[in-house]
Design a protein around this ligand. Structure first.
Ligand code: GLN
Ligand code: ZN
Length: 771
């Protein structure tokens, strides 16, 4: 039996890569210095894995920005608009690469970035490949080969990791209609063959192809592509050892296809789906030659592996196919784990003993191998005992279990998940109380988080100012933003969220059951890293969270102030969650906590309350067959959070995306009185889903894109509002930007919102003339 790893985090334990990239972009360090940083991280990672005793260490898991973009550069899928970047002689291959990732505004060029989207159901974002009908491929970048050589020269025999050709095409998008990107497979494959040839010349033994699309529903065409590609690879290089890595779900109904591929090893994710082991072991299609890589250590979460459970799975596989055919691995690349638990010096020690980050996970993989080997078992027996002690302590810890919370979840009734009356009734009462005009204007919650705001927060953290001084400052900022909103004539005001660092962290820090790391960074995209909170125990709200600020802001104005909360699904989705109970259970606990907050806001005189569910859609399972189950509990959680209030209290929700078509019924089932959504980038197209469905409640389709510093004109916004009116009735429409304004500067924010209010006023007047 052997061990391998699918990928190691590349940002560095101290985010060295992030810092170096950002310095390079600012022109503060040279390309040579940036490259040196990359090299240092790779060497460190390889050494760490070698020292731990991993048999197959990955290479090409490093990336300066994103592994999918690396692949695009490797196979020369470089959209034409970037070709000009290279005309400038001072630019190098990395400049071209970053131009694709981030856009390019220099030397009289103004080129937009390539699109970015979520990597399956993780919080990692990749750069979406763009394909032309006449797309050709050629070996453009030799990164894969260079990294292999670099490792070899440093004494590490590595296993290059590449995105498999079928998944690579499926990850991309056709830039024109009239062709299917899978048709490009015949053009693409030769480049992969060239890469393999070069790798072979350098002495490569194993190559890992990541093909996570095998965990999704596949078209016939995609299945054929899989069979074609891997047969060709086998024919051309019969002696190369090929691994196909699948993760994030089981092969499901692609199992026969996967087992039919002429490869040497299949990697399976036994964390996401441990029942698939039986399916594979029992299948009569399981070839006697194929090796199995068992992904038993969770690559996406931070919990210590339960050795006993893993050994049970490993032994089951060994009994069936023999030890020689088994590899042990993390479930997926460790890219999604923080780097090193040892850096957490202030974490509660009881909780810390339950955790494992990337470095610790590598060690777990190796320890599991030793535990199976009777010669080595003795040497790790202590580790096994410690592991089981930690696992046991977590099961019974008082820190985790709160019977009051568990009981409350069990006794949720129908009444708790329904507003008192149907929307139509509520709408009347709300109108009578709120007296809002047609096309009411509002914003999504946050106003610019200026450098000053962030400086004050960090001063508070460092103890340079006290809480009172900080609060005074926040009060001043809030007051200013209230006055300004009044001045420009917005109808529903917000307090600006100046007191919040992050929409999930802020709540997590104020709820029982959450803990925060100091350095638990995970790459989100490019140089951007996030530090997800860890949900370790039953969640409870012991005191109000936002009431103080909402009440303060409301006291400053006669206009309605909208309370601002993060929804249960979003808090769940953007945290590391417990693995000792279903996600739905944890989500329900959060929902109850938010419900209490909603009720308290109402008591404090807040008449409009927004519950953001920015992450509801991204929580969708990979396979469609699993969607409804998720949507049921996710929607229910929102309803639990929002249903404790009177009819007169208006509940808003906000989602920053636009693909609603396939889940619109569920969005309606959330039964928010008002939903604000992202619409401006798609030019209101997505409203079609709402129109077709006859969406009953009120909608604020974002009328301008806050992700860009560009100031839209009122004419543009009016045009969008007209489009909206064509499909949605006037008395259902709100006017707002498409997301929070946190990342914007004041200058453009002011201009844009003034234009927006004007657009609403004109729409109002026009509507009155028509009626
Ligand atoms: N209320 C949040 C804000 O305005 C919503 C952010 C989001 O949807 N991502 O910042
Ligand atoms: Zn948003």
């Amino acid at each position: 039996m052997q061990t391998h790893n699918l990928g190691y985090p590349r940002i560095g334990s101290n985010r060295e890569l992030k810092k170096a990239c950002e310095q390079y972009w600012l022109g503060k360090i040279s390309v040579a210095e940036l490259i040196k940083t990359g090299k240092r991280i790779r060497q460190y990672n390889w050494q760490l894995q070698k020292d731990a005793g991993v048999d197959l260490i990955p290479s090409n898991d490093f990336s300066f920005y994103d592994q999918v973009l690396d692949m695009s550069l490797t196979v020369g899928a470089i959209p034409k608009r970037y070709h000009e970047v290279m005309l400038n002689k001072t630019n190098n291959e990395l400049d071209l690469y970053f131009a694709m990732a981030r856009g390019y505004q220099k030397h009289d060029l103004d080129i937009t970035a390539m699109k970015m989207t979520k990597w399956f159901d993780t919080n990692y974002h990749y750069i979406v490949p763009e394909f032309d009908k006449e797309q050709t491929f050629k070996l453009f970048s030799s990164k894969i080969i260079n990294e292999f050589i670099e490792a070899k020269e440093a004494g590490f025999k590595t296993k290059p990791v590449l995105i498999g050709p079928v998944s690579y095409l499926l990850l991309g998008k056709e830039k024109q209609e009239g062709f299917n990107r899978l048709d490009l497979i015949k053009n693409l494959l030769p480049v992969y063959l060239i890469i393999l040839k070069k790798l072979k010349e350098e002495g490569v033994e194993w190559v890992q192809f990541d093909e996570p699309f095998l965990a999704l529903d596949l078209s016939e065409k995609a299945k054929e592509a899989f069979s074609y590609v891997y047969a060709e690879i086998k024919n051309t290089f019969p002696e190369l050892k090929i691994i196909i890595a699948n993760y994030f779900d089981s092969f499901g109904n692609n199992l026969d296809l996967a087992l039919s591929l002429p490869v040497n090893m299949l990697h399976i994710d036994l964390v996401r789906s441990n029942t698939q082991l039986d399916d594979i072991l029992e299948s009569d299609k399981l070839s006697l030659k194929i090796q199995l890589s068992l992904g038993v250590v969770d690559g996406r979460n931070i919990w210590k592996n339960d050795f006993k459970h893993s050994l049970y799975l490993i032994n089951k596989a060994i009994n069936k196919v023999g030890e020689d055919r088994i590899f042990i691995a993390p479930s997926c690349s460790l890219l999604h784990s923080p780097c090193d638990l040892d850096s957490e010096t202030t974490l509660n020690s009881e909780i810390k003993q339950w955790l494992a980050f990337a470095k610790q996970k590598v060690d777990e993989v190796v320890t599991l191998k030793k535990l199976v080997n009777f010669k080595e078992k003795e040497s790790v027996l202590e580790k096994f005992k410690a592991n089981q002690l930690a696992i046991e302590s977590r099961k019974t810890s008082k820190l985790i279990h709160n019977n009051k919370v568990k009981e409350r979840v069990k006794t949720i009734t129908e009444a708790d998940i329904n507003r008192k009356n149907v929307f139509k009734k509520r709408k009347e009462k709300q109108q009578e109380r709120l007296k809002l005009p047609l096309f009411p204007t509002t914003t999504i919650g946050s106003f610019p988080q200026t450098k000053e705001v962030r400086t004050w927060r960090s001063k508070l953290k460092k103890g340079e100012i006290n809480k009172q001084e900080y609060d005074e400052f926040i009060k001043e900022e809030t007051k200013k933003v209230i006055r300004w909103q009044e001045q420009i004539g917005l109808d529903v005001l917000v307090h600006g969220e100046f007191e919040r660092n992050d929409m999930v962290e802020y709540f997590g820090e104020r709820l029982d059951g959450f803990v925060f790391t100091k350095k638990g960074w995970v790459q989100s995209y490019g140089s951007r890293c996030v530090k997800p909170p860890i949900i370790y125990g039953d969640i409870q709200r012991t005191k109000p969270i936002t009431v103080y600020w909402a009440k303060y802001a409301q006291s400053l104005t006669k206009k309605h102030l909208k309370g601002m909360l993060t929804g249960p699904v979003t808090i769940l989705q953007w945290s590391f969650v417990r693995n000792d109970q279903p996600r739905s259970e944890t989500c329900t606990q959060i929902a109850l906590a938010i419900r209490d907050e909603v009720v308290d806001l109402e008591k404090a005189g807040i008449k409009i309350i927004q519950i953001d569910e920015a992450a509801l859609r991204e929580g969708l399972p990979l396979r469609k067959a699993d969607w409804q189950n998720y949507l049921n509990w996710a929607v229910k959680a929102f309803r639990i959070a929002s249903s404790g209030v009177k009819d007169e209290t208006q509940i808003h929700t906000h989602m920053c995306y636009s693909e609603f078509n396939d889940i619109i019924q569920n969005i309606a089932n959330m039964d928010a009185d008002v939903i604000t959504i992202e619409c401006s980038r798609s030019q209101m197209e997505l409203l079609d889903a709402f129109a077709e469905f006859n969406y009953p409640n009120e909608i604020g389709p974002g009328v301008y894109d806050i992700h860009s510093p560009r100031v839209p004109s009122k004419t543009e916004m009016l045009a969008l509002l007209e489009k909206a009116q064509a499909v949605i009735s006037t008395d259902q429409l709100w006017v707002n930007p498409d997301c929070g304004l946190k990342t914007r500067h004041w200058e453009e924010t002011k201009k844009a919102l003034i234009e927006m209010v004007n657009a609403a006023i004109i729409s109002r007047e026009e509507a009155l003339i028509v009626s």
